[in-house]
Design a protein around this ligand. Sequence first.
Ligand code: C2O
Ligand code: CU
Ligand code: CU
Length: 420
Amino acid sequence: DTEEGVTYTVKAQKGKTEIFNGIETNTLGYNGAFLGPMLRLEKGDKVKIRTINELDEETTFHWHGLEIAGDADGGPHSTVKPGEEKIIEFKVTQEASTLWFHPHPEGKTSEQVYNGLAGLLYIEDANSRNHTLPNIYGENDIPVIFQDRNFTSEKQLDYKATMNEDGTIGDTLLINGTVNPKLTVNKEKVRLRLLNGSNARNFTFKLNSGDSFVQVATDGGLLNKPVPLKELTLTPSERAEIIIDFAHLSTIDDVALIDEEDSVLLPFEISNDRGVESGIPTQMNDFSLTEEEMSLPVSKKVELFGMMDMVTINGKKFDPNRIDFTQQQGVTEIWEIYNKPDMMGGMIHPFHIHGTQFKIISRDGNAPPENERGWKDSISVKPDEKVKIAVQFKNKGVYMFHCHILEHEDNGMMGQIKVE
Ligand code: C2O
Ligand code: CU
Ligand code: CU
């Protein structure tokens, strides 16, 4: 651990962005017109962030995945009015991971995120630095934010046009805020830090060459072992770090990440440059489920239900004046998340808890898949599925838990836990 102080300024701003060539559209961004900067922190850092709201409306600054005190977490209670600022201070106590930040004003989260308020927050530590994993930012260690969006016929970013209450499903894919991107890579191992930053859409990733890739990290840290995969699905707000070995693909022609319907998500251009030597260690972390965690009884039950605007948690909609659960700081409890189907069968709800990284104990009684045996802050829960998780909070305060389909969250599929 270092004891260094780090200060950042994060401004929520309005701007104009040429998403399509030659045509500007109104957007929102952090420290710029669209999306945000990548904030890099080291475990042990003492951090001060000056958050400034330069929008015409209230916003909050939420640090998704960060283990931080409730009053600095940026939930709907922590509004920053237009023209105002708020300074938060915290110490980074968690391990290397790819987190993100976005606004969380009550009822307005989905629209503000949609219009561009989202940024990445990387945490590094001694373990992540020691490894030979690809780590040259922008070269062989690349953030890839996937978001689907709609535009009017005049190519203006348009939240309202085709909105439905299960989330705005967009017909245009933006990657790191650009349309039709192509990623140029060397013939080397490349680490992609994937974030599903969409409001509602799930993304499945495969290589069109049929090759596998390896997942090395979950939402909140490195996996113990690299997990080879042919395909990977991320629900909204989930992250995964994957490594594609461009030196050993079965073809180098027209290689792309594609979705489950074989549509191209991200095409690659593979240069002849061999890049740098990096590796994938066989042992990367020491994540484990303890005997105690495995044997504790369920003490909190969360029932997700509904679709459109008829969404609830434990039969209720969000009420900022109601505390739904309490938990002691530093004490592990087992939460059971159940997605109750409706007459139509139901839909996947991505479930997220603020201020903590938790562990999946089981999915419908079975051990989680290998690529979920690591720290998580968001999980997909399928209709009729029961997921047991071990949850501990390192800090105190009031935190949200909610469905990360942002329209569901804005429609009240959210509750509050007070950690004392
Ligand atoms: Cu991405 Cu309530 O959070
Ligand atoms: Cu969050
Ligand atoms: Cu939902």
